[in-house]
Each structure stands twice: as C-alpha cells, then as structure tokens.
Write a protein that binds this ligand. Structure first.
Ligand code: ADP
Ligand code: MG
Length: 253
C-alpha cells in the first residue's frame, strides 16, 4: 500500500463551551492528490484546516504528515496554508519581505534566500510587485502574495481556504490555471463548486463537523439529493441541458 501524504484518524474538536466542532474526521490525502472540501457555512472547513496544520490543537485523534505526527504549534513547512483573509497572513512591509519570511524560517539567507523569493514571486506572476507595500495590493494580488509566501517553502501539501472568494473572473481564472499547473497535493475549501470541479477529482463534503461524503467529485457534486440535504446545489455544469433555453430540474431534489 502506498503511504498517504496526510493521514488523520478520528480527529475531534470540542470547544471550551462543550460545542463539538469536528467529529471523528478520518481522511487520507495521497501525494499530489487534489481534494475539494465543501460544506455549508459553519460546517467546520476552516477549523479542520487549522487542526490539520497544527494551528489549533484537536481534542482527540491524530494528524500525520508523511508518517510523522503533526505537533500543534510546531513549524510545518511541508504544509502551506493560504488563509481566507489575506490580511491575516500578510504582515511584512513589502511583498518580497513577506515572502522571504517563511524561507528565512527554513534557514535560507543571502543569495539563496533572494533566489527563493524571486522564484516564488515568478511562479505566481507578481515579480513586478516585489517592493510594493502589502497594503497597496488589490484583493487578487494579496491572494497571490499569500500563495507565493507558502510556495517559497516548497510545501508538499497546499491548504487553500476559499481561494477564489472576492476575486474577479480574470483573477479567478489565473488562480485556477496556476493551481492546475502545480504538482503539490491540495485541499481546497470552497463554495465555488465549478472551481472545485475543475481542479479536484475528489471531493469531501462536511456538515456539522462530520464527513458526510468522500468520493469522486462528479458523484458527490452531482448527487442532487445529497447536496440538497446539506444546503448545497449541484453545480450548473453537471446539470443535463437538453436545450439552450433550458429549465433546471430542481424538482428532482
Ligand atoms: N474562534 C472560534 N471560537 C469559537 N467558535 C468558532 C471559532 N471559529 C469558528 N467557530 C465555530 O466553529 C464552527 C465551524 O466554523 P468554521 O470552521 O469557520 O466553518 P466553515 O469554515 O465551514 O464555514 C462554527 O460553528 C463556528 O461558529
Ligand atoms: Mg471557513
């Protein structure tokens, strides 16, 4: 059996209030695999990503990356987490300094560091923004700067929280094309189901902190009854269109 890149067993998170936010989440992500994470607001997508990356500690269960336990609070350069709010991630005066931060944590310095930063900026196509103050970036540029800031550490798994939120169509398309060209494994939390369909052969649906479906994207996203039970809709491109002036068969749910 090939070893999974990421492996969780019975991950559970109970808040101090007693509210259980994640219930027995067991999942595996293989090397290079792209997985969509969908579910209604408050389902636990962001919280799950925070647990996977050790930003918050689960109450029970375990996370392993490449067979090694992920320790809460530790430095895990193998996992690149791109936050939903770019403002939570960017904090250095300039884009280049922000991107350099993670690489410096890896011990890079001097010309090697400069080269790593230049490569990361080039990969996301924002070389021209290197010296720009981070608060002078547009929303789309901020998202790309965050992505460069994790790519500089050469992670094997990218965790992207609502990556297309607040992007215009051109920037959304750029991001999709960019991600499609990368060979890292990815977990992509999104309400943008067309983006998920384009990028992820596999989808995990969570609701109220539990995995309710984990399978081929087309089977999960195309299951109208399942999707409706969890507040979702089958994405437009999976609905059969017999005519150009079509009606959508919502009654099948
Ligand atoms: N810092 C926090 N403290 C307490 N509860 C939180 C916090 N962040 C999120 N929650 C709650 O945890 C649950 C899961 O939230 P979240 O992971 O953000 O969901 P999603 O990303 O799927 O929208 C929700 O009930 C939310 O209200
Ligand atoms: Mg969220």
């Amino acid at each position: 059996m090939t070893m999974s890149l990421l492996h969780t067993t019975d991950l559970t998170l109970t808040r101090a209030t007693g509210e259980r936010v994640l219930h027995d989440i067991s999942l595996r992500i293989a090397q290079g695999e792209r997985v969509g994470l969908i579910g209604p607001n408050g389902a636990g997508k962001t919280t799950l990503m925070l647990c996977l990356t050790g930003v918050i500690r689960a109450s029970a269960g375990a996370v392993q990356m490449d067979g090694k336990p992920v320790t809460p609070g530790g430095f895990h350069p193998d996992m690149g987490f791109v936050f939903q709010q770019a403002e939570d991630q960017l904090f250095s005066p300039t884009v280049a300094e922000d991107v350099a931060f993670g690489a410096r944590n890896l011990g890079l310095s001097g010309a090697v560091l400069d080269r790593a930063v230049a490569t990361a900026l080039d990969r996301v196509g924002i070389t021209g923004l290197a010296d720009r103050p981070v608060h002078h970036l547009s929303g789309g540029e901020k998202r790309l700067a965050c992505l460069a800031g994790v790519l500089v550490m050469d992670p094997r798994l990218l965790l992207l929280d609502e990556p297309s939120a607040a992007l215009d169509l051109r920037n959304r398309r750029r991001l999709i094309d960019l991600l499609r060209g990368m060979d890292q494994a990815m977990l992509i939390a999104s309400h943008d189901l067309e983006l998920v369909l384009e990028l992820c052969p596999r989808v995990i649906l969570i609701d109220a902190g539990r995995i309710v479906a984990d399978g081929a994207a087309r089977s999960v996203l195309g299951d109208a009854a399942l999707m409706a039970r969890h507040g979702q809709e089958v994405p437009h491109s999976l609905i059969y269109h017999a005519r150009v002036d079509h009606a959508h068969p919502r009654h099948i749910v």
